[in-house]
Design a protein around this ligand. Structure first.
Ligand code: SAH
Length: 218
């Protein structure tokens, strides 16, 4: 592995181990998620000037007014989506820099990821290529309505905040499928929807802070 990916100093394996200890103390329990969080070089997803802060408990700017979610939020949403077993087909709405995408790629068989800002998507694709992630298909599109042509999904994750759960997304869940997304405006909360094939069960969880879901592409 080259030194850019393996990391040195503030991006080294020791820094990652400290991040994992923090994630555990924050309540992340899924060992598979923790292993993946420790294995993926988060620092390559941010500008070099920010690399030394990549493993901190913070969200960081990735350009175009967008942010990479803090490690806890990525781990928490992944844990909720996985619910203890390997995922089949997953849809991510809001690729951003591709960090959450690369985590999902290790937890699922196949990942579809949709991003509305073309240059961000280009960067994400570069990062995924660098890490030799092969089971992600990234698409430049408005993901508000999901990706009906690839439905149903075993998991849907949205990494931008909407005012409500779009009903179109519920229709794209496979039986046994789960949806995780931030909902709200002034105050946002993580929302988990579980579909048993007949009914949808919605649970509102902890407060979070995400950039808003926006319409159209750019
Ligand atoms: N998961 C990302 C977080 C990125 S921030 C990461 O780990 O870096 C949220 C992303 O959602 C932004 O890149 C934003 O452009 C994107 N987004 C917002 N509205 C969208 C929409 N309607 N369709 C697709 N992507 C959207």
């Amino acid at each position: 592995m080259n030194s850019k990916i393996s990391g040195i100093g503030m991006t080294s394996q020791r820094t990652r181990v400290r991040m994992l200890e923090r994630l555990r103390s924050q309540g992340i329990k899924d060992e598979v998620v923790l292993e993946v969080m420790g294995a993926i070089p988060r620092h390559i997803f941010v500008d070099e000037a920010l690399a030394s802060r990549a493993y901190d408990d913070a969200s960081l700017p990735i350009g175009f007014g967008q942010t990479i979610s803090n490690p806890y939020t990525v781990a928490r949403m992944s844990e909720l989506l996985r619910a203890g077993s390997k995922l089949g087909k997953v849809l991510e709405i809001g690729t951003g820099c591709g960090f959450q995408t690369s985590v999902l790629a290790r937890l699922a068989q196949e990942v579809f990821s949709v991003e509305r800002i073309a240059p961000l998507l280009a960067k994400a694709r570069e990062h995924l290529r660098e890490l030799r992630v092969l089971n992600v298909r990234a698409r430049h599109a408005d993901g508000t309505m999901g990706l009906p042509e690839q439905a149903p999904f075993d998991g849907i994750i949205m990494t931008a905040a909407a005012t409500r759960v779009p009903p179109e997304l519920l229709e794209q869940l496979a039986p046994g499928g789960r949806l995780v997304m931030p909902v709200g405006t002034a105050e946002q909360r993580l929302c988990l929807v579980e579909f048993d094939g007949k009914e949808y069960r919605q649970t509102m969880l902890e407060a979070v802070r995400f950039v808003p879901l926006l319409p159209g592409v750019t």
